[in-house]
Design a protein around this ligand. Structure first.
Ligand code: RFL
Ligand code: PHB
Length: 388
């Protein structure tokens, strides 16, 4: 087998890259180690920056998103029992965010890919990269009992944090930066209309809570928990009790519904530099992780592949490597902005394990500053809606 771009991983990064390349008439093969059903059911992100919505729309995958996505013009920050609206649209000269599940984006991208007739292989095994230091890289894998060698011009490592691409880069050239947080998020999907029109990020002395949504009928809710907790210790009534305590304010109650899905996510920050080695280009979670508090992970993944698709198009058409050479540096600039913003939102909103009273007062002061100072609110807003 031979292609121009071998894409490892059919998450948002790999599938979006495949579509952007297809629009430019560039060949790719996408290989994914999980099943289509698994990939389409994995509940994760929900908030899209406007620039990401615009990119997906321009790439021809925005039709259902335009119909079903919920455009939000603001978010709410809650602390000390009071809610404060951050008017994203006004503070950013008209930018908004769209609430549309990652599962739905992935389904739309898979349908579009299959309709294009270009290859997308699920349930591949034994993926190995060869020759990333040479100009003849190759991906070996097995699929339905047959082993394959996929020769290509470049490999896009879009295989997430636990993938095989990043570990292929020699340790001596890769520098990694990590921060583990002493808490996790327990998330549920519930069959109930969202109790609020906009997202609520709540700081509470029992821990952070977030009200989000997937549609006018489905709520997505999170509570801060301890890292590595067993989900079995969280029966539904315990989750609802914490959500009521942390989210409710006088005159506002949280409606309950049947829990459709629940899971615990650890919280970490991680960056690998550089995002390129030879003919291997890392994208999305394969290169960086942010804690979900800033809603940046999926957005960063799409922004990476936007740059990569542009760089590959110029190189494959005209032979110029300038953009490819700039890829890692250009991505990392945006990545570190998002890393800082996500860390800042996380430390401002979560209860820290040691309950250090000095840190608690600093958090309160920071929250009051954000909701009472125009420039501070604008800083949050411009980071939240994303930079173009
Ligand atoms: P993915 O989605 O992990 O996809 C990688 C794909 O590669 C496959 N794979 C392999 N394929 C072939 N061979 C191998 N050896 C392979 N190893 C792995 C995997 O099966 C998978 O299909 O990475 P990608 O594409 O970079 O996308 C990143 C996003 O998924 C991630 O950043 C976001 O979900 C993070 N995130 C959020 N991001 C936002 O922008 N806004 C949000 O509101 C938001 N909320 C969240 C989140 C992530 C969460 N969790 C569960 C981590 C909320 C949560 C709870
Ligand atoms: C979500 O809807 O899953 C969501 C929303 C905002 C976040 C993280 C997750 O910051």
């Amino acid at each position: 087998m031979r292609t121009q771009v071998a894409i490892v991983g059919a998450g948002p990064a790999g599938l979006t890259l495949a579509q952007l390349l297809h629009v430019e008439g560039i060949d790719s093969v996408v290989i994914e180690n999980r099943s289509r059903e698994y990939v389409e059911a994995r509940i994760r992100a929900g908030v899209l920056e406007q620039g990401v919505v615009d990119l997906l729309t321009a790439a021809g995958v925005g039709e259902r998103m335009a119909r079903e996505g919920l455009v939000h013009e603001g978010i709410e920050l809650q602390f000390a029992g009071e809610r404060h609206r951050i008017d994203l649209k006004t503070l950013t000269s008209g930018k908004t965010i769209t609430v549309y599940g990652q599962t739905e984006i992935v389904k739309d991208l898979i349908n579009t890919r299959l309709a294009s007739g270009r290859p997308l292989l699920f349930e591949v095994d034994d993926v190995h990269l060869d020759g990333i230091d040479s100009d003849r890289p190759c991906v070996r894998f097995s699929h339905q009992g047959t082993t394959h060698e996929l020769d290509c011009d470049v490999i896009a490592g879009c295989d997430g944090f636990h993938g095989v691409c990043r570990p292929t880069i020699p340790a001596r050239v890769l520098r990694t930066f990590t921060r583990e947080y002493p808490f996790g998020w327990l998330g549920i999907l519930a069959n109930v209309a969202p109790s609020n029109d906009e997202l609520i990020y709540a700081s509470h002395d029992r821990g952070f809570a977030l009200l989000s949504m997937r549609s006018p009928q489905i709520s997505r809710l999170y509570v801060q928990c301890r890292p590595g907790e067993d989900i079995a210790d969280w029966p539904d009534n315990r989750i609802w009790e914490e959500l009521h305590t942390r989210l409710e304010i006088p005159g506002w109650t949280l409606a309950e519904g049947r829990v459709l899905e629940k899971g615990i996510t650890p919280m970490r920050s991680f960056v690998a530099e550089p995002m390129r080695h030879g003919r291997l280009f890392l994208t999305g979670d394969a290169a960086h992780i942010v804690p979900p508090t800033g809603a940046k992970g999926l957005n960063l993944a799409v922004r990476d592949v936007q740059l990569l698709a542009e760089a590959l198009t110029v190189w494959l058409r005209h032979g110029s490597e300038t953009l490819l050479d700039a890829y890692s540096t250009s991505c990392l600039r945006r990545v570190w902005r998002a890393e800082h913003f996500s860390w800042w939102m996380t430390t401002m909103l979560h209860t820290l394990d040691d309950g250090d009273p000095f840190a608690v007062r600093l958090q309160e002061s920071q929250l009051r500053y954000v909701v009472s100072s125009g420039p501070a609110a604008t800083s949050l807003a411009e980071n939240y809606v994303g930079f173009d």
